[in-house]
Design a protein around this ligand. Structure first.
Ligand code: ASP
Length: 584
């Protein structure tokens, strides 16, 4: 037997027992007469004690052990004289009588400690060593626990976990596909799924009623910060449901996870229409951990000779409570912030509502105290508050103000990662105009159903932008953690949708023929949703990065720096696939 116990297991109750442990040498301390070693495995750390007097050769051997050596020890559990209350095994130690080196180890390139001295790249290159560290290992343990809770919750509610293919047909809608050449069909390619969308809908046509899958998805997008080319979704689909049924089911799942993982109980999650989210927060994923909702003052500010405001479609601002004392420097920094290309505003107007009731603003030339008071009243600002205003085309300005609101939230410490603010955003637009290609795209995907009352608008191209969808997102702390929709199950409506998206009958049939065919054989009304599982884990842990919750992630350039992929393949492989690489 390699071990009788794990390194996280032994307590005072075990004192007197002879046990065998195996694990890695975390660190050793040599105190002359005694040598102490911290032995680590996944479960914890146990202190080993070697006594020079009792067994000098053994003690000498222990002194020579390097960090990360794999060893096996046998000894007696004894009570420690100086206890360590920081670890669960801190009351005991093992008085070692036998030591067996199972494997030597090179000195690791960084310290295997909670605060490692290794930089990101180095730790990614040696990810298997990184995972030995508590924080990374605990993230993976947490991920497993979440996955188990999800599986059990859904299985208890009659969802079946069904696997769908990884090699599928490429579709032009959505993000860019990763493609896989087919050797047996030269010149033809599979795509890796961006999501199992069409298959889960087919499973509904197949009568499976409730499906889920914790499934890898692939999107070949330009990598923005904290995106992974492969990521995991909790993908779900249900038959014979209304939107209300879907929201309740998955709100239930989210609440269950919060209760089990964090001991937090929620009332009903708030709901907001997409339109209100954009109007009040400038975002379809508002961070509701703090208020600072948008106040529109277009009417109040016009007619005072300030050309910029007078000519703007929208003048809108936020109130930073108690910030009237912001210094010139702080305000300049905020102006610089909104002028950064990522935000793109032309500038920012501030109005200080001083504690004594007076005003100081960057537009004093145009607005007297009375006019500034009218703005303050419209914005519901109080003495001591700071108002920050942006202006321009409505949607663009809202999005810019959203960035400023989040920045103020950060500055004022209002975005506590241990505080959780869930939200459903509902009634998304069905279609989204793209200036570049001069056509509408499905905002969610082409299978999303319009709201029945908006369906007639499909016949009027001038109104396409107004059509609302039965589509919903679940948002947590300003991040979209999931989304889905009621699907179109009617072939005629689906055809109309394809036409709206610029497909001809032929091109729709070529792309989606199998789904369309399936819909002629009795498709039930159905709907679904997918959670981004990596993101959900990171939010539950109050962490920023999803990478920390993926065992072997890619770096920001989409590379696996450990295995060095992607990598060229051999000329014979290319030949077999009949792929010619153009040489520059
Ligand atoms: N397939 C969708 C997505 O990946 C989710 C859904 O509609 O169920 O976002």
């Amino acid at each position: 037997m390699y071990r009788t116990n794990t390194c996280g297991e032994l307590r005072l109750a075990n004192v007197g027992q002879t046990v065998t442990l195996a694990g890695w040498v975390q660190r050793s301390r040599d105190l002359g007469g005694m040598t102490f070693i911290d032995l680590r495995d996944r479960y914890g750390i146990t202190q080993l004690a070697f006594n020079m007097e009792a067994n000098a050769p053994l003690c000498e051997q222990a002194r020579k052990l390097g960090r990360e050596y794999v060893i096996q020890v046998t000894g007696k559990v004894i009570e420690r004289s100086s206890k360590n209350s920081k670890i669960p095994t801190g009351d005991i130690e093992l008085e070692v009588t036998e030591l067996n080196i199972l494997n030597e180890a090179k000195t690791p390139p960084f310290t295997i400690e909670d605060q490692s001295d290794g930089g990101d790249d180095l730790r990614m290159k040696y990810r298997y060593l990184d995972i030995r560290r508590n924080p990374v290992r605990n993230n993976l343990i947490m991920r497993h626990q979440m996955a188990m809770l999800v599986r059990n919750y859904l299985s208890d509610r009659d969802f079946l976990e069904i696997e769908t293919p990884m090699l599928i047909k490429s579709t032009p809608e959505g993000a860019r596909d990763f493609v896989v050449p087919s050797r047996m069909n030269p010149g033809e390619f599979y795509a890796l799924p961006q999501s199992p969308q069409q298959y889960k809908q087919l499973l509904m046509v197949a009568g499976m009623d409730r499906y889920f899958q914790i499934v890898r998805c692939f999107r070949d997008e330009d990598l923005r910060a904290d995106r992974q080319p492969e990521f995991t979704q909790i993908d779900c689909e249900m038959s014979f449901v209304h939107q209300e049924d879907v929201l309740n089911m998955f709100e239930g799942l989210a609440k269950h996870l919060f209760k089990e993982m964090k001991g937090i109980e929620f009332d009903k999650f708030p709901r907001m229409t997409w339109h209100d989210a954009m109007r009040l927060y400038g975002s379809d994923k508002p961070d509701l951990r703090f208020g600072m909702t948008f106040k529109e003052v277009t009417d109040v500010v016009k007619g005072h000779g300030f050309g910029l405001f007078d000519s703007s479609e929208l003048v809108v601002g936020i109130v930073a409570e108690g910030c009237a004392e912001y210094t010139r420097k702080q305000l300049d920094a905020l102006t610089d912030f909104v002028k950064r290309p990522q935000v793109g505003a032309g500038g920012m107007v501030y109005i200080k509502y001083n504690a004594d009731g007076s005003f100081k603003s960057s537009v004093d030339k145009f607005y007297d105290a009375e006019a500034l008071k009218a703005i303050a009243d419209k914005m519901e600002a109080k003495p001591g508050d700071l108002m920050l205003l942006l202006c321009g085309p409505a949607m663009k300005t809202r999005v810019q103000l959203c960035a400023l609101r989040l920045e103020m939230g950060n500055q004022l410490g209002l975005r506590d990662p241990q505080k959780f603010a869930p939200l459903w955003v509902i009634d998304f637009p069905l279609l989204e105009w793209d200036d570049e290609t001069q056509r509408y795209y499905a905002m969610h995907h082409p299978f999303t159903a319009p709201k029945p009352e908006d369906e007639p608008l499909l016949d009027d191209p001038s109104r396409w932008g107004d059509i609302r969808a039965n589509a919903y997102d679940i948002v947590m702390n300003g991040t979209e953690v999931g989304g889905g929709s009621i699907r179109i199950h009617d072939r005629v409506l689906q055809n109309k949708m394809f036409h709206t998206l610029g497909f001809t009958d032929e091109s729709a049939a070529a792309q989606f023929g199998f789904l369309m065919d399936a819909f002629t054989y009795g498709a039930p009304p159905h709907a679904g949703l997918a959670f981004g599982f990596d993101r959900l884990c990171s939010i539950f842990a109050g962490a920023d990065s999803i990478r920390d919750f993926i065992a072997f992630p890619k770096n920001n350039a989409g590379r696996d720096v450990m295995s060095q992929s992607p990598a060229p393949i051999a000329p014979e492989q290319l030949e077999e696939l009949q792929i010619a690489i153009k040489k520059n």
